[in-house]
Write a protein that binds this ligand. Structure first.
Ligand code: M6R
Length: 617
């Protein structure tokens, strides 16, 4: 999603601003721009498309200065275009903005009456004109503060003005903003990654903060405009740009990193003597209700865990999509446990859901990848997922990391509620410890999945079917495929298929059936038969026993990978338990989506319209 970099300094800034923008590319964007303070004026260069396009514009028409702001825009109000790209400027002011201003239409009408002429369709341009309208009788800081009083919505801002050339003003409400400390210069960034090439010394602004930075100081004001101190910490984000390390895409690299994600997680949460060590700030016996809230892939990780917690730990869990939960205002009993799953820790809806849960006096637990994120700073307790920076917009290793932490949480709950004994716990931990090497072997099926992906890549519609945790995986598989290959895909509970989607099935529809040999196997395999009876082209993911026991049509014995006599392709996975099967079956659904997108020639790491970090609702 949108990204901000700002430098107030003494040395040329243009290249360093562009480097900051490149570090933000992974978040997803569709235009970029830069404004620098020259001797007398603010000069802007902007371009739709990627940063390389902006670089061409700057090369053709160079600018330079020692202070500047830069932005990658993910379109909300107004399509991606030259005019809508940030920074937006008024006479004496230039602004970059992340977030959405909800009352922009009223403000725009007022400003137009005052003679301001708008050049874009964006909500952000009102901020530039508004600040300019306050500047005549105020300092830049006062003008920004007065303008913020008039804004409704969410923002992270960086503002420069020709009136005060040695200052930059920033503000945050609903979107993160970070201050960076340098030698004789200071920075603003939408996250620590944006500033990682400039400084490791950073401080995170809090909700409602306003900051004025000069070359050697940062003065922070809280929402009541009282001066406050925000701690300066040392960022652990390396100044090196994260590299693909020889893989053609970040997504593939991240899929292959999953065995290490599991290893790191087990090392973090298990003692040397294989004891669970989650350090939870509550007793399961005291928890009246568990609510789990997330978006997208993180939501599917939670949905998967619902099945686990209810069936194996007898803990009822309500799982909800954050954008629905936050406005439904569900009653939550005081002392309940609310779990928030998020890779970025910045998802606007999940953050809002967390704030609601806090108001309802829930114990708030974050299962998160970015430990310095906004959600991380607001929850009561974090269980980090130890996935490392995830760059591909399609989440893979973060999903795996979330599911592993949820598995450990499940074991902790089951033990504490005496649903499993020590011996059973040990067996489960052993099966988790074996997972990384099992996954390493499993990743070798990439070649087979690549062949199958060519069939999938030609389809207009794909159906994913599964029961239990495999139903959750079928939803995740369908999301993965549609977001990077743009093929329409749906995940369905296998038993629900005949209540509607079966009408879609013919010999052009690939059906990815996730059917481990578990207690739901017989039921799920009957649904596969039903699909095949209607000419559905089934790709069956199962283990050897599962394949062996399934002999559709005539003459197949389940021993070969491809049944020439029927419309079925088989992918064989290792035998699994209820705990390890979702972790194993995740790999083929990720690889299938990846290879289908590659086969269609799509931009796998930065799919159209998507953002890595969804900081607007
Ligand atoms: O950072 P989060 O985990 O909170 O993000 C949630 C979703 O935006 C994210 O999982 C999204 O659905 C991914 N593109 C899925 O691959």
């Amino acid at each position: 999603m949108c990204g901000i970099v700002g430098i107030i300094g003494q040395k040329p800034v243009v290249n360093r601003l562009l480097q900051g923008l490149k570090r933000l590319e992974y978040r997803g964007y569709d235009s970029a721009g830069i404004a620098v303070l020259g001797d007398t004026s603010l000069e802007r260069r902007r371009s739709p498309g990627k940063i390389v396009e902006l670089e061409k514009v700057i090369k053709a028409d160079p600018i330079e200065g020692t202070s500047g702001i830069a932005h990658t825009r993910w379109a909300t109000h107004g399509r991606p275009s030259f005019c809508n790209a940030h920074p937006h400027s008024s006479h004496r002011v230039s602004v970059v903005h992340n977030g959405i201003i909800e009352n922009h239409s009223e403000l725009r009408a007022d400003l137009e009456k005052k003679g301001y002429i708008f050049q874009s369709e964006t909500d952000t341009e009102v901020i530039a004109h508004l600040i300019d309208s306050h500047l005549t009788e105020s300092t830049l800081l006062e003008a920004v503060q007065a303008s913020l009083q008039q804004l409704k919505g969410a923002y992270a801002l960086a503002v420069l003005s020709t009136e005060e050339k040695t200052k930059m003003v920033g503000a945050r409400l609903g979107s993160p903003l970070v201050v960076g400390y340098g030698q004789g210069e200071m920075y603003l960034g939408s996250d620590a990654i944006a500033l990682s090439h400039l400084s490791q010394k950073i401080s995170f602004l809090e909700e409602g903060d306003l900051v004025e930075i000069t070359r050697d100081s940062a003065t922070v004001f809280n929402k009541d405009f009282h001066k406050v101190e925000r701690p300066v910490i040392s960022s652990e984000i390396s100044s090196e740009v994260v590299d693909k390390e020889g893989y053609p895409h970040f997504m593939l690299k991240e899929i292959f990193e999953q065995p290490d994600v599991i290893r790191r997680s087990l090392q973090h949460y298990l003692t040397d003597s294989d004891q669970l060590d989650l350090n939870l700030p509550f007793n399961w016996a005291d928890v009246p209700k568990v609510t789990l809230v997330a978006c997208g892939t993180a939501y599917y990780a939670g949905f998967l865990a619902k099945h686990w917690f209810e069936r194996f730990a007898h803990v009822p869990i309500e799982v909800d999509i954050a954008s629905e939960f936050r406005y439904r205002q569900p009653p939550l009993p005081a002392g309940g446990l609310a779990i928030f799953l998020s890779q970025s820790g910045e998802t606007a809806d999940t953050l809002a859901a967390l704030r609601y849960a806090k108001e309802q006096k829930q114990i708030c637990l974050g299962i998160l990848n970015v430990e310095t994120s906004s959600i991380a700073r607001e929850v009561d307790h974090i269980l980090p997922i130890k996935a490392g920076a995830e760059i591909g917009v399609a989440s893979t290793k973060a999903f795996m990391g979330m599911v592993v932490v949820l598995a450990l949480l499940l074991l902790e709950a089951s033990r504490s509620k005496e649903k499993i004994g020590d011996t059973e716990l040990k067996q489960h931990l052993l099966s988790l410890r074996q997972l990384p090497s099992q996954l390493e072997s499993l990743l070798k099926i990439r070649g087979h999945l690549k062949t199958l992906a060519h069939q999938v890549a030609q389809a207009d519609d794909v159906l994913y079917l599964g029961r239990g945790t495999s139903y959750a995986l079928s939803l995740e598989g369908a999301l993965k495929l549609k977001e990077i290959s743009y093929i329409h895909a749906e995940g369905y509970a296998a038993g629900e298929m005949k209540h509607g989607p079966i009408a879609l099935i013919d010999n052009t529809v690939p059906i990815i059936a996730i059917v481990p040999k578990d207690e739901l196997y017989d039921k799920a395999i009957s649904n596969v038969e039903e699909a095949m009876a209607r000419d559905g082209q089934v790709i069956l993911l199962s283990d050897e026993k599962g394949h062996h026991d399934f002999s559709p049509g005539i003459g197949t014995n389940g021993s070969s990978l491809s049944d020439s006599s029927s419309n079925i392709e088989r992918v064989t996975l290792p035998e699994s338990t209820f705990l390890t099967s979702p972790l194993l079956y995740t790999v083929p659904i990720q690889l299938l989506a990846y290879e289908a997108a590659v086969a269609r020639g799509e931009d796998v790491d930065q799919p159209r319209n998507l953002a890595k970090s969804v900081t607007v609702e």
